[in-house]
Design a protein around this ligand. Structure first.
Ligand code: AQP
Length: 332
């Protein structure tokens, strides 16, 4: 049986990149096996967070999962910090992780290079905790965006290192599922930079909480060039901003970039941006509206998270007991 695990950080507004690169795919794969969808708040505190905002962002992230179509009756939805076994397994896996592997992680280099205050052990060891998140549930499949590919490779290496060290096949090597047309959505202001929650400019991203006017304004202001859309993918790929908008259009319409070019080659951006706005509003506004309704009753979200945490703790405790037995820890 497949076991699927993935998560998002409650570090601010979820955006179109999180939706197209991850959340939309989670909704698709939830039929394929037993799924755990986590709000990874332990990861969120690897950069400074306001405690009150963090709690609320945890609820809002959960609301986004549900509004996008995650079925909480079939799947387990929970906050990472409510399952202590994540950090305990993280410690054990850290003992199998050479520093050289962590030194290669580009996300740590990018994030810590922004400020000396971010050169922290937690941010550095983040990928070990991520491996623990995944391996704790003996996960087989992990749907993520392209930016998580390196961390996923590390999670597989750590699983293999543990298995090797203890002469076991306890952990399956988890498969990343990097799916769909928009595996890496780029900033609307700079087609060479990833769309990101932490970008200073709100115009760089479409948030799942944006209303139709905000979406229209951001797409209108999105950086483009003066040429009409080209007929071939090879020409499109030389124009990062144009490529990004076509990719977003393709992913939102469950199509491909090639199919979009077939119908839109030769179109001016003034027209293409209007079409993209209509599509984005049609696809995102039902999610935004449902998120708003869910957020009006935080106690109900808390009940859902508590139920999910109970189920996740049950599974996690069983696996952690087995890992501790493998490692040779005392058990009374
Ligand atoms: N731009 C993106 N395109 C496609 N997928 C993306 N993901 C994130 N950005 C894009 C995917 O969303 C999932 C959750 O990501 P996260 O919240 O854990 O953290 P992140 O990758 O660090 O997201 P941000 O928004 O870019 O945050 P900051 O600004 O803190 O760096 C993952 O599956 C990720 O691949």
């Amino acid at each position: 049986m497949r076991r699927i695990f993935s998560g998002m950080q409650p570090t601010g507004n979820l955006h179109l990149g999180n939706y197209l690169g991850a959340l939309k795919n989670w909704v698709k794969v939830q039929q394929d096996g037993e799924c755990l969808f986590c709000v990874v708040d332990l990861h969120a505190i690897t950069v400074p967070q306001d405690p009150h905002k963090l709690r609320n962002a945890t609820r809002e992230t959960a609301a986004a999962y549900i509004a996008a179509g995650i079925d909480t009756k079939r799947n387990i939805l929970f906050p990472q910090s409510a399952v202590p076994a994540h950090t305990e397994l993280g410690w054990i896996l850290g003992t199998q992780t050479p520093l050289g592997w962590l030194n290669r992680m580009t996300q740590f280099k990018e994030k810590s290079s922004k400020s000396r205050d971010l050169e922290l052990l937690g941010l550095y060891s983040y990928p070990v905790l991520m491996a623990a998140d995944i391996l704790l549930y003996k996960t087989t499949h992990v749907p993520v965006g392209e930016d998580q590919k390196q961390h996923m490779e590390l999670a597989r290496d750590i699983a293999a290192a543990f298995n090797r060290a203890y002469g076991t096949e306890y952990f399956p090597l988890p498969e990343p599922q990097i799916m769909g047309e928009a595996t890496r959505v780029m900033s609307l202001r700079d087609g060479t930079k990833k769309m990101s929650k932490s970008d200073e400019s709100d115009y760089s991203r479409i948030n799942l909480t944006d209303d139709a006017d905000a979406i229209a304004l951001k797409i209108r202001k999105a950086k483009t060039d003066a040429e009409p859309l080209p007929p071939t993918l090879a020409e499109l790929e030389k124009r990062p901003e144009a490529d990004n908008l076509v990719t977003i259009y393709a992913a939102l319409s469950d199509s491909t970039r090639a199919a979009v070019l077939k119908t839109s080659a030769g179109a001016q951006f003034s027209q293409f941006k209007k079409d993209l706005t209509d599509l984005a509003v049609a696809k995102l506004s039902p999610i935004t509206a449902t998120m708003r309704e869910l957020m009006a009753d935080p106690a109900e979200i808390d009940r859902t998270l508590a139920k999910g945490a109970e189920k996740a703790n049950h599974l996690a405790a069983k696996h952690l007991r087995e890992v501790k037995d493998i490692v040779g820890f005392w058990r009374g």
